[in-house]
Design a protein around this ligand. Structure first.
Ligand SMILES: Cc1ncc(COP(=O)(O)O)c(C=O)c1O
Length: 508
């Protein structure tokens, strides 16, 4: 047997070595951030190329020195990643991460509190509580709400969904599930623009995708509330139980905001839970001139917000807010006999394991809390308003180009497409060619490394989509995008039109 008086454990790093490695790493990260705007946004490596860069395939029998590993791994990541911190990264809703978040994660991992219970994480628990209260205040939600941080928007929406399912079912759903003798069919109402978390939720939590009533949208891609009310009335008449309406506060595709005030009225009239998905747009309520409906989030029974989107926290951080903390405890409050966390004297502590699906939990609040303290409310007002202004500038710039069609502009999202000169967009063959052309253009823009956009399909039309949740973006970056799209669009059109039958082409 080995002598255990001095273990020399293979994972230990001496304080001296940690200091050296840490200094070196922070120097490298600082250099990376300094030069980020002159890098390619996207390395465009194939999976095989990435595996070759990693160089290892088998789990090593023996370990290696931490210094060597940190050298290799920092080079691998800093030189071969898709850079969402680049000022020309406009893809999906993935923000530039605040550098203070990287320092926060290092500190959080070093202390490593388990934020499942107050006893195991006293400071971290109170920091999480305060972060949630600040997010709630920032978006104008209720003062006395409950909440919990999760890994992202999907999980935040799931937690609100589960709290609603528990609160709204008229039978003991925790005990008998969805199939009890007095159970009714639960229905969920949501617009066709809703993020696909809702499909995962109804599937994962037993309702099935047929429980969703897809409500059509108007010309501005906002939920048709007259249709919503009709569906609720009809389901009630059939003996079903309308569980929840999901109103989106900033849709993933175009940044559209549903008529939240009207949805709230309908929910209150028919006793249906009103959930607002503010994963993207929720925090834009902080802008003094935020759209009216965004200022009505306080009417919702629950709200999902995503600090790793527009609070610019590094991944991962989502936040579920709920009108009454007790509703979270009802949905998640199971107590094993080996937990004795309530023994503290005086005030009952917050134990987050009772308020959400996770048991052991990391300290994701720190990066959010420090970012909120560093920027303050006024800092976020400015950064979010600037992102929206840049998206509007992009829209105007796209409109100036004869070969681009500007389609939508909402919050910080602008959509557009490339249309070659002379194309007759009313011809179905041309319409389908334009979809193919713009899909190919998306990929060419991404591979170029000059900028990164994603896409949305609206009523069968494939559109390029730029979402600016990026405090490093400036006018010059958005102004370069239309030029890039036209240049690459022309190149592609020349290539693709050669391969098409004359009737299907739309040559200039
Ligand atoms: C409106 C909306 N809801 C939910 C999500 C899911 O968030 P996450 O990717 O953080 O899980 C997104 C992501 O873009 C979103 O835009």
């Amino acid at each position: 047997m080995r002598n255990q008086s001095s273990r020399n454990a293979p994972l230990e790093i001496s304080p001296e070595e940690f200091r050296v490695l840490g200094h070196k790493l922070t120097d490298e990260i600082a250099r990376f951030l300094e030069g980020i705007s002159s890098q390619k946004v996207n390395p465009a490596n194939t999976p095989k190329e990435v595996r070759q860069l990693m160089g290892t395939s088998l789990f090593p029998r023996d370990g290696e020195s931490a210094a060597k590993l940190m050298d290799e791994t920092s080079q691998l990541l800093l030189n071969h990643s898709t850079l969402n911190g680049h000022p020309s990264f406009f893809g999906y809703i993935t923000s530039s991460a605040a550098p203070i978040g990287a320092l926060a994660d290092l500190l959080a991992a070093a202390v490593n509190p388990n934020v499942g219970s107050f006893q195991l994480a006293p400071v971290a628990t109170e920091i999480e509580r305060q972060t949630i209260a600040w997010i709630s205040e920032m978006i104008g939600y209720r003062k006395e709400c409950g909440g919990i941080l999760l890994s992202g928007g999907n999980m935040a929406n799931f937690v609100c969904f589960l709290a609603a399912r528990k609160a709204m079912s008229t039978w003991n759903i925790s005990k008998v599930g969805l199939g009890g003798s007095d159970a009714r069919r639960l229905r969920v109402y949501t617009s066709t623009q809703t993020h696909f978390w809702i499909q995962k939720a109804v599937d994962l939590f037993g309702l099935g995708t047929e429980a969703i009533r897809w409500i059509p949208v108007d010309a501005n891609l906002r939920m048709d509330v007259a249709r919503l009310e009709k569906e609720i009335i009809s389901d009630k008449a059939n003996g079903d139980l309308p569980l929840m309406v999901v109103g989106t506060a900033g849709s993933v595709g175009t940044g559209a905001i549903d008529p939240l005030e009207k949805i709230a009225e309908i929910c209150s009239r028919h006793n249906v839970w009103f959930h607002a998905d503010g994963a993207y747009g929720g925090v834009a309520a902080v802008m003094p001139d935020a759209p009216g409906d965004l200022r009505r989030l306080s009417l919702a029974d629950s709200v999902a917000v995503d600090p790793h989107k527009w609070l610019y926290a590094p991944l991962e951080a989502g936040c579920a807010l709920i009108r009454d903390q007790k509703l979270l405890a009802d949905a998640f409050g199971f107590h094993p006999t080996y937990f004795t966390f309530d023994a503290a004297q005086g005030e009952a502590p917050t134990n987050y394991y009772e308020l959400g699906p996770q048991n052991s939990r990391g300290f994701r609040a720190l990066k959010v809390w420090l970012g909120m303290r560093q920027a303050g409310r006024s800092g976020y007002e400015r950064m979010i308003a600037d992102d929206c202004a840049l998206a509007r500038e992009l829209f105007d710039c796209v409109k100036e180009h004869k070969e681009l069609e500007a389609r939508t502009q909402g919050l910080s999202i602008t959509t557009f497409r490339y249309i070659p000169h002379g194309a007759d967009t009313s011809d179905p063959n041309v319409a389908s060619y334009l979809n193919e052309l713009n899909e190919a253009l998306l990929s060419r823009i991404q591979v170029s490394g000059e900028a990164y956009v994603s896409n949305v399909v609206i009523e069968g039309t494939f559109l390029l989509r730029a979402c600016i949740v990026n405090f490093r973006t400036e006018s010059k970056h958005v102004r370069a995008l239309p030029e890039l799209a036209v240049g690459l669009g022309r190149e592609l059109h020349a290539e693709m039109s050669k391969g098409l039958k004359p009737a299907e082409t739309c040559r200039p």
